[in-house]
Design a protein around this ligand. Structure first.
Ligand code: FES
Length: 158
């Protein structure tokens, strides 16, 4: 796979790097940019970011694999990140995951065969006061029930 930033993304990359004292410090925003540009982060994208930042692949992979917001495999069009840390666990995160498994047939780390929906359990999303929380793509859905999740997903279809 031949991978490279578009002209606009490369411009943004240079602006990002210019904000930091050294290239290594720009790794996280560069990975965010790469994920936005390529939709997920295959080996080639990590290696490309490493080349741009003069970092070894292993270091880029270590960082990308540490944070659940970085996708190391393709995800569904609607990527559900269900917080399963304490507050959310106590307030129904498990029931949401069970519901997704039962209704859509996917468990943690899986994607529906049509590529529409994927599910991953994540650590605290930083919104414990409104548990349970599910992040769908870039947006948070809070104090969520399985029924509300269904309505949200139905809304995406229209
Ligand atoms: S425990 Fe779920 S957002 Fe903090």
């Amino acid at each position: 796979m031949n991978i490279a930033f578009s002209n606009d993304a490369m411009k943004e990359f240079r602006e990002i790097v210019a904000r930091y004292p050294n290239k290594r410090a720009a790794l996280l925003p560069a990975l965010h940019l790469a994920q936005r540009e390529f939709a997920w982060l295959p080996y080639e994208a990590l290696e490309y970011v490493g080349r741009l930042l003069e970092l070894p692949y292993s270091e880029v992979y270590d960082t990308a694999s540490f944070y659940t917001m970085f996708k190391l495999k393709p995800t569904g069009k609607y990527h559900l990140q269900v917080c399963h840390t304490l507050s959310c666990a106590l307030r129904g995160a498990g029931a949401i995951c069970d519901h997704v498994k039962e209704k859509y047939g996917i468990g943690n780390g899986e994607t529906t065969p049509d590529g529409k929906l994927s599910l991953v359990k994540v650590e605290c999303l930083g919104s414990c006061g409104t548990a349970p929380v599910v992040q769908i793509n870039d947006d948070y859905y809070e104090d969520l029930s399985p029924e509300q999740l269904d309505r949200i997903l139905e809304g995406f279809k229209s």
